[in-house]
Design a protein around this ligand. Structure first.
Ligand code: IFG
Length: 503
């Protein structure tokens, strides 16, 4: 509603250099915010209106019992950032409130709508995971104490929007993993794949085989400090992720990438001689002993304990780079281990080499090839092309960290592809989603993880969440540029790619 300005006010404005055009526009109402155009990942639809909502010292957060966890999460973010008390009150409060409303509707997981007007904010969803997704969007709309008016309706393209952290080559503490989780969920990442075991380290205590962690977890690449998660610590990571609607998929890599286990238990080797602990960065030199029965007792014990610690439906059994295992043994082994996982009530995820064996119907193949010819013949595929999604790859030949065996991956390389159609032999209906692995052969600290993960992780997050119709590099560049102030405020040490005009 344009505001009529008296002649004397207009004269003052003209004197002050405000152009005469002001007479045609209400100079007191806020202009539509660009914030709705800068939500990342891009939502299904968003509209900015005039005006907005101010969070003041009387503003509440209102939520019913099913939304209480999300309300606590939102309060934990907005109270410090706005300095407002934001008490949480029962649902139904009208006016001057941020309402988290469950409408009992069905529909796709994580669907939500967000409405902002002068009287308040309402996030509506059928399930708490949708409210949580809406809260991540709200976080990007709040500027100071104000939320610009507008509306968002949204739902994810893929359910599986993953990030993998390799805690085997270098160990990262529970607190460091939890910080990474917080960095990920603001971009609606829904899966954390933890690469728990490899040649250089076994990072989870298995009570029935305690030397796996005690010996196998005692070192790291380069002789750096080792470490491992007690089962209580691992459970804490899982619960932290779950409180942010993130599913943890633990990986025990096999039959290769097992030197740490063999160093701990010589009886697992074919010749009974334990190899020394390994702190190099080679791959493909170790193997479980496929013909020996103890191998399957070992795996039944390990998978049994891991399944009990994993609320999610999937266990990842690796299967990559088994160069020290004959092809016949590999097929025998992978087929038998899938049965062990199923016996413990879980489904299998594995690197796409499992396609050489006989993937069970529920098995998900994680594609990590660099040419999209290698097919991952499985009923479900997760896309992690090493030349597009591997966050341990250098950005360019000047990047001080990371590797370059797959490709140099600048931000646009990580963004400009479509997981739904990338593998010609895999119908888009078989694509579960996308994942960005972060291997840590030469990454040792959270700062180094953040430098490699941001900004490319945000690109992968958008590929996983946003409709293919929103895919546009020029528009994405604007969304990405708008994240920089947020990352600086969070202390994320991101790579300031020259492809982006950072805010
Ligand atoms: N390939 C290996 C990883 C890691 C990676 C580093 C897979 C599935 C190279 N396997 O990627 O263990 O060494 O970029």
């Amino acid at each position: 509603m344009p505001v009529k300005l008296g002649r004397e006010v207009l004269a003052a404005l003209v004197t002050a250099g405000v152009c005469a055009a002001a007479v045609a526009e209400p100079v007191v109402a806020d202009p539509p915010s660009t914030a709705y155009a800068e939500i990342l990942p891009a939502p299904v639809s968003a509209r900015a209106d005039r005006g907005g909502f101010t969070i003041d010292r009387h503003t509440t957060i209102s939520a019913g019992p099913g939304a209480r966890g999300v309300a606590d999460h939102l309060a934990g973010i907005l109270r410090p950032s706005t300095g407002r008390p934001l008490p949480i009150v029962p649902a139904g409060r009208r006016g001057n409130t941020i309402a988290l409303t469950m409408d009992g509707s069905d529909g796709p997981r994580e669907r939500y709508r967000l409405d902002v007007n002068g009287r308040g904010v309402t996030i509506t969803a059928g399930r708490a995971d949708g409210l949580f997704a809406g809260v991540q969007t709200l976080r990007q709309l709040v500027h100071g104490h104000t939320v610009p008016a507008g509306n968002v309706t949204d739902a994810p393209r893929f359910a599986y929007r993953g990030a993998m952290l390799d805690v085997a080559r270098h160990y990262f503490t529970v607190a460091q993993v939890e910080r990474y989780i917080d960095e990920l969920v603001q971009y609606k990442i829904s899966v954390l794949h933890l690469h728990l075991t490899d040649d250089q380290g076994w990072r989870l205590m298995i009570d029935s085989w305690p030397r796996l962690a005690a010996v196998g977890g005692s070192t790291a690449v380069g002789g750096d400090p080792g470490g491992y998660y007690t089962q209580a610590q691992y459970r804490a990571i899982v619960e932290y992720a779950a409180s942010r609607f993130m599913t943890v998929i633990p990986e025990i890599d096999m039959p290769g990438h097992v030197n740490a286990a063999l160093a701990a238990y010589p009886e697992l080797t074919c010749d009974g001689v334990a190899p020394p602990l390994y702190t190099g960065t080679g791959v493909g030199f170790s193997s479980l002993c496929v013909p020996k029965e103890i191998t399957y007792q070992f795996l039944d014990d390990v998978i049994g304990e891991l399944a009990a610690l994993t609320p999610g439906p999937y266990l990842h059994i690796g299967g990559d780079e088994a160069h020290a295992t004959s092809r016949a043994d590999y097929v025998t082994f992978m087929n038998r281990v899938q049965g062990i996982v199923a016996a413990h009530g879980k489904r299998v995820q594995a690197w796409h080499q499992i396609a050489a064996a006989t993937p069970l119907p529920g098995t998900v193949a994680q594609y990590w090839g660099t040419t999209n010819a290698e097919v991952a013949a499985a009923t479900g595929v997760v896309l992690s092309p090493a030349n597009l999604a591997y966050l341990d790859m250098k950005y360019n030949d000047r990047t001080p960290l990371g590797q370059d065996w797959a490709a140099l991956i600048e931000v646009r390389d990580a963004y400009d592809w479509d997981p739904g159609t990338y593998l010609p032999d895999v119908p888009s209906s078989a694509v579960r989603g996308v994942e960005a692995p972060l291997w840590t052969e030469n990454l040792r600290t959270p700062d180094e993880l953040e430098y490699m993960a941001f900004p490319r992780l945000a690109a992968i997050a958008e590929l996983g969440w946003s409709p293919a119709s929103t895919h546009d590099w020029d528009a994405f560049k604007v969304r990405l540029a708008a994240q920089a102030p947020r990352w600086r405020a969070q202390g994320i040490d991101f790579y300031p790619s020259t492809q982006i005009s950072w805010r």
